[in-house]
Ligand binder design. Sequence first.
Ligand SMILES: Nc1ncnc2c1ncn2[C@@H]1O[C@H](COP(=O)(O)OP(=O)(O)OP(=O)(O)O)[C@@H](O)[C@H]1O
Ligand SMILES: [Mg+2]
Length: 260
Amino acid sequence: MPTVAVLNQKGGVGKTTVTLGLASAAGAAGRRVLVVDMDPQGSASWVLGVDPLGTPDEVTLGDVLAGAHVTDAIRPADTTAGWPDCVDVIPAGDELQGFEAGETGRLAAAFRGGHDVLDSYDAVLIDCPPSLGNLTTNALTAARHALLVVEPSALGLRGIGGVADAIDDVWDSYNPDLELSGVVLNRVPAISNEAERRIAELQRIVGRQAILKPAVPARVILNQAVGERRPIHSYASRAADSIDAFDRLWAKLRRTIKNT
Ligand SMILES: Nc1ncnc2c1ncn2[C@@H]1O[C@H](COP(=O)(O)OP(=O)(O)OP(=O)(O)O)[C@@H](O)[C@H]1O
Ligand SMILES: [Mg+2]
């Protein structure tokens, strides 16, 4: 299954922005992508134009973890806001928070139950919450690839070791197929000695080849896109370098997915 967990225990580093940037790039290339909103905050669902809690009779990710069929929870992203019609989402749902404690294999079991449908996507991107609790462990147990999002600042690098350990633990105990497929550097300023130093430090921690190129630049338009609930590709020339970064990261991720 083309499953990718986008994670970091640290909040606000850009997990959701990177997930949605990749979905925007995939959609612009005509590829089918499913965003699974594993964060009870429901930001990804909201930006994709879907009520994170669903309406009462709608199946959400919370219901899926409780045993509902995964394919019943899939919704199209809002095309009127510019999202391509090949982008779908599973909204977070009210009950998701309750699964922060519980079994770690629920998402994996749900994915296995819907594997024929999930396999028809070019990528299934799981936007994780800012923790290493059970929801992130569920995502890692269900995923083939782990994509770590890091901000090149002193605080941004704190806790990286813990995330690497969590990936190792899941690999060891539940999911021998899991691979750290790369580290996305997000919100990189044009010129900053501090960022340069932190990137060098990160290279020493995770290895130079683990850091995916290009980095995602720090750009107000990326923040604006989230607020306006639109894909970054809909801003065209106003977001040219952000779009280029996500196009190239998507091309790389797609190659990685296809080779496994
Ligand atoms: N490259 C960037 N340039 C400018 N703003 C950015 C960039 N990446 C993220 N942001 C902004 O930073 C904020 C946090 O980003 P985001 O929500 O993607 O982080 P997150 O890791 O998903 O957060 P959480 O841990 O709460 O889920 C948002 O307001 C977003 O618009
Ligand atoms: Mg997020």
